[in-house]
Structures are given as structure tokens and as C-alpha cells.
Design a binder for this molecule. Structure first.
Ligand code: G3H
Ligand code: 13P
Ligand code: ZN
Length: 331
């Protein structure tokens, strides 16, 4: 039997995005695959009084089991009440690639879905996105579409090169599909290696500085669809202290470079109202786990290394909400 997100106490993204654009901040969209990530995300967002989008990718569904994940998200509303402060929670499908997958999520308590048709032709992307929107809107579920291709890995789809969103396409796409938000490509990409060192310059301390995001493209898009909610994927900043800790304790991360936080801060003040972060969380947890293993080699209780990893993740997401997205205090 179908379950509506409304019966679970979840919300769709419509009102959150409206307020975020008006208030010049962005809603955090954090991915989860397990209990510790879910705990860290919710604790961080409750303590900073931030709305949150809990994201489930196809990879997460394969890893953790779709039924278990969505039931964890159902528990999220009760858990935040226990933590003492109610925040709006969206349960979102990240990078849905078929109508059937989106429908399955809509029928099982998701309040928002992404249909990522960016790897199809413009026409096929419109057709697929429209079909998802028609079904989703019957259930008051919001839909994110994508135009332009991000380099990196999106679930099973790997794109070697990014293709920037063409501003001249956005009006037609938004009008013909009826989507509620649009993910665009302006220089971000998935994963921890967003730029090659040769694409970067160096600052006075020799630190690599990546090329800036294409705010000119964002500006042109905003002119064509004023006030329309824009989404940035691939928005991890790849904190260098985590990279250093991972490598110090046996890791082998090479040329790991992310999007500087000031660029994301600027995007959040514009029409970007959802910022997707996953890789930074992976780095935070891996750094903490490697450090525990190195310093306490006799430890074998998973709680003793997953606990510190969860705490580091919570710290990181509190920092994002307060200092990067400015979503803190908006719930
Ligand atoms: O956009 C990709 C997200 O980081 C999810 O990654 O497909 O490995 O779960 P995943
Ligand atoms: P990052 O790999 O930069 O964290 O991007 C995550 C993302 O876009 C999830 O959809
Ligand atoms: Zn993404």
C-alpha cells in the first residue's frame, strides 16, 4: 500500500526553497547510507536549527536496502522531536534515473525526487522529467531536474567532462516539464578530485586555488528564470585537514581538491537554494576512523570508531550550516 510522506511528518521542498531564496541562504542536502550518518545529520541540523534534505542515492539503496533506508527516514521526525527541536525534513531521491525508480520512492514516503535526465538529449530529458513531474505533483511531491552535465561519478554514470548548462535552454526546460527546481552545471563536480592541479593556480603559501565557479552562467540563468530555485550538486569543499589526516594514517588521496567555501557562500546568497554535500562527509568519517585505528590498534568495537566518525561528521555539518550555507537558525 502506498505511503504518503505527509503521514510521516515530512515536508516537500517547495516552501523551504521559497524561504531560502527570499532569505539568501541554501538548504543543506546531505546523503546518508547508514545509521551514523543519519544521526550526525539530524543532530547537526537540530543543534543549528536548520531545515534539512536527507538524500538517498541509488547507490545507497543498493548498499543499505531501500526499505531499511526509508524506514530510517520515517524515524527521523520522531528522533528530532526527542532531540528537543522540530526541524522541517525532506526525504529526497538523489539522481533518480528512471520514472519507475521515482515512482517507487513517491509511493513509499519520499517528499521530493530528482529525475536526472542530464545524460539524455534535451528532448528526451524534457519528456522523462515531465512524466515524473506529472506523477509527483499528483502526490504533492516536488521534483528536481538537471540540465548540463557534471564531471565525475553520479551513481553508475561516469562523465569524464563537464558540460556547462546552456542558459538559453532553461526557460523551455522549466516551462515544458513543470519542475520545481533545477540542478545546473557551473563548474562543480562529484567526488574529491574536482580539479586537476594543472587547472589551478597557487596562492602565496603554495596552496592550490581552483578556477572559480561560472557565476556568469548562473547570472544569465537567473535573468531568464528569476526567482526559480537552483540546485548545486558536487559542492564538497574537500577540507584539506581531513585529506592530511587520512594520508598521515595510511591513506592515499592524491590531488584532492574541492569547491572553496566562499564560492558556495556566494552561491547561497543568489538563487542557489539547495547545496548537495556528500564527499566531505565521507572524508570526515574516514579521517576519524583512520586516526582511531592508528592510535588505538587494539580497538575492535565498531562503536568505538564509528562513534568518533559520527561526531566529526556532526561537527562538519554544523560548520556548513552556520558558516557556508547560512541555513542555521532558519528552522
Ligand atoms: O552524487 C552522488 C552522491 O555523492 C551519491 O554517491 O552514488 O556513491 O551513493 P553514491
Ligand atoms: P560531492 O561529491 O561534491 O559531495 O557532491 C554530492 C552530490 O552532488 C550528491 O548529489
Ligand atoms: Zn549529485
Amino acid at each position: 500500500m502506498a505511503v504518503s510522506y505527509k503521514d510521516l511528518g515530512l515536508v516537500n521542498s517547495r516552501e523551504l526553497f521559497r524561504k531560502a531564496i527570499e532569505g539568501k541562504y541554501a538548504i543543506p542536502a546531505y546523503n546518508f547510507n547508514n545509521l551514523e550518518q543519519m544521526q550526525a545529520i539530524l543532530q547537526a541540523c537540530v543543534e543549528t536549527k536548520s531545515p534539512v534534505i536527507l538524500q538517498v542515492s541509488s547507490g545507497a539503496r543498493k548498499y543499505a536496502n531501500a526499505t531499511l533506508l526509508r524506514n530510517m527516514a520515517r524515524g527521523a521526525v520522531e528522533y528530532v522531536k526527542e532531540l528537543g527541536y522540530e526541524i522541517p525534513i525532506v526525504l529526497h531521491l538523489d539522481h533518480g534515473d528512471t520514472f519507475e525508480l521515482c515512482k517507487d520512492c513517491i509511493d513509499n514516503g519520499f517528499s521530493s525526487v530528482m529525475i536526472d535526465g542530464s545524460h539524455h538529449s534535451f528532448e528526451d530529458n524534457i519528456e522523462l522529467t515531465k512524466k515524473v513531474v506529472e506523477y509527483a505533483h499528483k502526490h504533492d511531491v516536488t521534483v528536481e531536474g538537471e540540465l548540463g552535465v557534471l564531471a565525475g561519478i553520479e551513481d553508475d554514470v561516469v562523465a569524464a567532462q563537464s558540460t556547462y548548462t546552456k542558459p538559453e535552454d532553461v526557460e523551455e526546460f522549466v516551462n515544458k516539464t513543470g519542475v520545481d527546481s533545477l540542478a545546473i552545471s557551473i563548474g562543480t563536480s562529484h567526488g574529491a578530485n574536482k580539479f586537476k592541479p594543472e587547472q589551478c593556480t597557487r596562492d602565496e603559501n603554495g596552496i592550490l586555488v581552483p578556477p572559480p565557479l561560472r557565476f556568469d552562467i548562473l547570472e544569465q540563468i537567473e535573468k531568464r528564470i528569476p526567482g526559480f530555485p537552483i540546485v548545486l550538486h558536487g559542492s564538497s569543499s574537500v577540507p584539506q585537514q581531513y585529506v592530511a589526516t587520512i594520508n598521515k594514517y595510511g591513506g592515499a588521496l592524491k590531488d584532492a581538491i574541492g569547491i572553496p567555501e566562499d564560492q558556495l557562500r556566494k552561491a547561497a546568497t543568489l538563487s542557489v537554494c539547495k547545496i548537495n554535500i556528500d564527499s566531505d562527509g565521507r572524508l570526515a568519517m574516514t579521517a576519524a576512523i583512520r586516526e582511531t585505528f592508528a592510535k588505538q590498534p587494539a580497538e575492535f568495537d565498531p562503536r568505538k570508531y564509528l562513534g568518533p566518525a559520527r561526531d566529526e561528521l556532526k561537527k562538519l555539518y554544523m560548520h556548513k550550516n552556520i558558516n557556508v550555507l547560512s541555513s542555521a537558525g532558519k528552522a
